[in-house]
Design a protein around this ligand. Structure first.
Ligand code: BJ8
Length: 422
């Protein structure tokens, strides 16, 4: 840690508070991750990345900046990483999964704002996140009301660009989204002093698709009975996918998948064959939000799928790689991103279909719907999802929580009661 102190000081972090954060994070990680039995060798890479999350990766970002590359921060899977990569920029998903700087955040946004929003504001105001401080541009999006209003306030503290994400899937909405992508591309070209070319964009599309394919492969393999990897580990892999170098990350996930294949061949699992198989569905679990998966898996169940943006919503759809011209590629990108079934869309029937299909493909015993407190879009859709699952004969339950640890025991009681019924 000492080796990085100067870098953190240069980023103007609050060093004492940051030391405290790393201490808590290290302990939390030890309890939730390192305590697991029978982990795969390939997870050592993830452990390493996580242990260096504020160290080596930040150093890499600083080195990239020294070479003139720009750092782009995001909070939503709607922001097309392909455009940043095509301009040699580095895109990182900013952490929004811990209760840090909450009091400060509540001076900018109302108290009844979801924990994810308060978290990214808190990290900024309390000067705790070296990623946020490394960014040349932070890209917001008009998804839920909480986020879009929060970005107005956040823009007073950070260099922001907000993309207008439509709320329906009509042809007019698709046209608006394409325009917004072009507006964003122009902003990025201005920032980097470069132009997106067909060649560079094709390469970027391949890079991001390769990462999606590796994660799809992981999701197919974990569906085996018994499941060869814990849900906690897969969540971590998805979380790391947002800030690690995409090419290196993809190679590591594929290596891990090779190990999973061997494990499956040998019939080995991380949990007994008859352990209840659950799927999570709903709000994204941003790093280091590991509370609910820990509660679920320490109750004897195993998580075999996450229907969320830090899960299959981010990896399910690929960009069509057959486009030849720049214009065709931009259309292919726009089409792919418009398939995202975020609860901010109305209507959003495709999500109901996707949740049901995923639950039956994975042969789950039940679905736990997860909503962050004060999240209107996912709480509303939770009612519809539950009806749909009930009609399909799939047990489900809904949990609302935030990032505090106060309700751990209560969550455990509810999860255990649910497990009795599946
Ligand atoms: S595409 S899910 S990453 S918006 S939890 S801030 S919705 S009040 S995160 Fe999301 Fe993009 Fe959609 Fe995915 Fe608002 Fe709800 Fe908070 Fe949320």
């Amino acid at each position: 840690q000492e080796a990085y102190r100067e870098m953190w000081e240069n980023l103007n972090l609050d060093i004492a508070a940051h030391d405290g954060l790393l201490g808590v994070l290290g302990k939390f990680y030890g309890d939730i991750y390192m305590s697991q039995q029978g982990r795969l060798k390939g997870m050592e890479y993830l452990d390493f990345v996580l242990s260096e999350v504020h160290g080596l990766r930040i150093k890499e970002l600083q080195d990239a900046k020294a070479q003139g590359r720009k750092i782009i921060g995001t909070f939503c899977v709607f922001v097309p990483e392909e455009l940043a990569l095509a301009l040699d920029a580095v895109q990182v998903g900013l952490c929004a999964g811990a209760d840090a700087g909450k009091e400060a955040a509540e001076t900018l946004v109302p108290r009844n704002t979801c924990a994810l929003i308060k978290s990214f504001i808190g990290f900024k105001l309390a000067r705790l996140c070296p990623y946020t401080e490394s960014c040349d541009l932070i890209v917001g999006e008009t998804t839920c009301d909480g986020k879009k209003k929060a970005y107005e306030a956040f823009a007073e503290h950070a260099p922001m660009f907000v993309m207008e994400v439509p709320q329906t899937k009509s042809p007019a909405a698709r046209a608006l989204w394409k325009e917004e992508m072009l507006r964003y591309m122009a902003r990025l070209e201005d920032l980097t002093g470069k132009k997106v070319t067909a060649e560079k964009l094709a390469e970027a599309i391949k890079t991001v698709n390769a990462r999606r394919r590796a994660l799809q492969r992981l999701n197919r393999l974990r569906a085996a009975v018994p499941t060869p990897i814990s849900g906690r580990d897969v969540l971590l892999i998805n979380q790391v996918s947002f800030y690690d170098d995409p090419v290196r990350f993809t190679a590591s996930v594929n290596t891990l998948c090779d190990q999973l294949e061997e494990r499956i061949k040998a019939g080995e699992g991380v949990a007994p064959k008859d352990a209840p198989r659950l799927m999570l569905s709903g709000c994204p679990m941003a790093v280091p939000n590991w509370k609910l998966p820990y509660v679920i898996e320490s109750s004897g169940a195993v998580i075999v799928g996450e229907e969320s943006c830090i899960g299959t919503r981010n990896t399910r759809d690929l960009v069509d790689e057959s486009a030849g011209t720049l214009e065709e590629m931009l259309d292919a990108l726009a089409d792919r991103y418009m398939k995202i079934d975020c609860a901010c869309f109305t209507p959003n029937d495709e999500r109901l279909e996707n949740v049901e299909a995923m639950a039956s493909d994975l042969k789950v015993d039940g679905v736990i719907q997860y909503a962050l407190m004060f999240c209107q879009p996912y709480a509303h859709e939770g009612i519809k999802v539950e009806k749909r699952l009930t009609a399909a004969g799939i047990p489900s339950m809904s949990l609302e929580t935030d990032y505090s640890m106060e309700d751990v025991e209560q969550l455990k009681t509810r999860v255990e009661a649910f497990l009795e019924t599946v």
